[in-house]
Design a protein around this ligand. Structure first.
Ligand code: 5AD
Length: 482
């Protein structure tokens, strides 16, 4: 799911994440000066790496990968620190979905200080930019000693051993894998909602998207491992599980049962103690009415579906290689609207894809009016390396993309406001996720993923409460506890 339009109300009072996030960015973001490239980096054996700091950019998959990497590092006896200056090992888990996201790591590296109390600090780059740049990273940023893509995270302990033994540069970049990243320990940062990976990588070739090149081939995790982990999470007190995958609904059990996604959903939903199950991201191509039927028959399956459409124009969808037309997408929506429960629907939309005409864009707006999404994550098209659309050029200038994006977002703001106002007076069960002492307000989420603020207390956090909606804005609701 896109991450640009996070609900501010919730982000402001979410429980503190253990993975520290710094706000500083270096103004001279980008490439390392050429002089630095010519000087061989000084080598000093870092010795035992004792402390670490991870900064994560991008999607929930990255957030959860960082949680698993933290688990690996803790199992190695390392200690997390709040400040990157204090860390022997600094890891950046990167995102390359759009150019702006990919630049962030170079901005951080520009601000990097080589020394750490007289010892060499080890800098590592993980994730999609690591995979995309590969060993070129060492030339672009000589201070980097470790480059590792997500398909190679199980090799991280060995790579760190090599660094401790004095190796200057180590990498894990193979995409040739049929395995998922399994860890004994995962250090989860949200005390209520646990992410749980069920499928990794992507075999689609959407023409705009870099993910198949950065996350490797699609591979499903065996159901017994998923169910064991889900049961363990329930035992640890988690009541909400979010199943993750680039294309979560393409999951198929690799073990002989060959069970499909809907069966897995039902089995996770039946685990005692699990009250809410969400899943993201679904691809319309693999979205059948059986998913809606499963939601109807299992109260624990949340009334929420994220179904990225990307464009409302069949011509653009064909050029994007999405594998469905506007009409086929709308059939999926119709099946969701037939559910017994009112399921909220969110989507991702790209504006200004190569050759998008004003008429194409109008079709996206008309689709939005027709579907009336509860939330839309919208992005300007960003040309990405090695994607099928890379060579098609970038027909629209940034200003026109910006105008279309603003128009789309204004339409969606009105739709959301209208939809939220229609909820006035209704009652919702919320899981309370945060508390703002300054305002005396608690904040929770409904099963439809709506954010509701209401007068509350710190010890409401972590509880399920019923709240009546008394006010509505485009992005969140106000309520009172019943
Ligand atoms: N440019 C802009 N947006 C993109 N997305 C994926 N690739 C690109 C790109 N090259 C968006 C899609 C996807 C979301 C996670 O990011 O909408 O669903």
């Amino acid at each position: 799911m896109g991450n640009e339009l996070v609900q501010l109300t919730l982000a402001n009072c979410a429980p503190p994440a253990v993975i520290p996030a710094t706000a500083e960015t270096h103004p001279a973001a980008g490439l390392v000066p050429e002089t630095a490239l010519r000087q061989a980096p000084r080598v000093a054996t870092p010795g035992k790496l004792q402390t670490f700091y991870i900064e994560t950019f991008g999607c929930q998959m990255n957030v959860h990968d960082s949680e698993k990497v933290q688990g690996l590092l803790l199992a190695r006896g390392m200690t997390p620190v709040e400040d990157h200056a204090q860390a022997d090992l600094v890891l950046y888990n990167t995102c390359s979905i759009r150019e702006k996201a990919a630049q962030k790591v170079f901005s951080r590296l520009g601000a990097f200080r080589k020394q750490n109390n007289g010892r060499r600090k080890v800098i590592g780059v993980l994730g999609c930019v690591a995979q995309q740049e590969g060993e070129r990273f060492f030339e672009r940023a000589p201070q980097v000693s470790l480059v590792c893509g997500s398909a190679s995270y199980s090799k991280l302990p060995g790579l760190l051993d090599q660094l401790e033994a004095g190796n200057r540069r180590v990498s894990g970049l193979s995409l040739d894998t049929d395995e998922c990243f399994e860890t004994e320990v995962t250090r989860r940062d949200n005390p209520f909602r646990a992410y749980l990976t069920i499928i990794e990588g992507c075999d689609q070739r959407c023409s705009f998207c870099v993910v198949p090149m950065t996350r490797g081939p699609q591979r499903s995790r065996p159901s017994d491992k998923i169910l064991d982990e889900a049961r363990r999470l329930a035992d640890e007190g988690y009541s909400e599980i979010q199943l993750l995958g680039q294309i979560v609904n393409a999951w198929q059990d690799p073990s002989p049962t060959r069970a499909g996604f809907v069966e897995l959903l039902s089995r996770v939903a039946e685990i005692p103690g699990i009250r809410r199950v969400r899943f993201t991201t679904s691809h319309p191509r693999f979205f059948g009415p059986d998913i809606v039927q499963a939601i109807d028959s299992h109260p624990a399956l949340c009334d929420q579906i994220h179904l990225p459409v990307q464009s409302g124009s069949s011509a653009v969808l064909a050029r994007m290689l999405r594998g469905y037309t506007r009409e086929e997408y709308l059939e999926r929506i119709a099946s969701i609207r037939k559910a017994r429960r009112a399921i909220s629907i969110s989507t991702d939309i790209i504006v200004g894809f190569c050759g998008e005409t004003r008429e194409d864009f109008e079709q996206t707006l008309s689709l939005m009016r027709e579907v009336e999404y509860d939330q839309v994550f919208s992005f300007k098209y960003s040309r990405r390396p090695n994607t099928p659309a890379e060579a098609s050029g970038d027909a629209l200038d940034e200003e026109e993309k910006g105008r279309r994006l603003a128009e789309l977002q204004e339409l969606q703001r009105q739709i959301q406001l209208r939809r939220n106002q229609a909820l006035l007076g209704q009652d919702f069960e919320v899981l309370v996720e945060g508390y703002q002492p300054r305002l005396g307000q608690a904040v929770g989420r409904s099963t439809t993923n709506r954010v509701i603020n209401f007068p509350g207390r710190l010890d409401d956090v972590g509880h399920y409460l019923t709240v009546k909606v008394t006010g509505a804005g485009p992005n969140s609701l106000l309520g009172v506890r019943l």
